[in-house]
Write a new protein. Structure first.
Length: 94
């Protein structure tokens, strides 16, 4: 009697979705609080990911587009994305 190994199940690639700046802005309403704006923005995006509002592997809008949609400076969105990268919540394309 011969034994054969079953072929391993194919690994599906992660689903990559795009999220526009206005759509992300609508999902994280009420993020502006006391303290640095970039911290509040990073916490809001992190909360949206943890709650499932933003699916894993979703492509976030550019710093510039998000800044325009939220009415904040690009420095704010750049610092928020940097904080999220440091915590391991987002990665950047290079």
């Amino acid at each position: 009697m011969s034994t054969s190994l079953a072929a391993p199940a194919p690994t599906l690639p992660p689903v990559h979705r795009r999220l526009s700046a206005p759509a992300l802005g609508a999902l994280i309403t009420g993020w502006q609080t006391e303290g640095p704006a970039y911290v509040a923005l990073a916490d809001a995006v992190r909360g949206a990911v943890l709650s499932g509002t933003v699916a894993p592997h979703t492509r976030l809008p550019s710093e510039r587009d998000l800044a325009g949609a939220l009415g904040v400076s690009r420095t704010t969105t750049a610092a928020a994305y940097a904080a999220l990268r440091e915590r391991g919540f987002v990665t950047s394309r290079t």
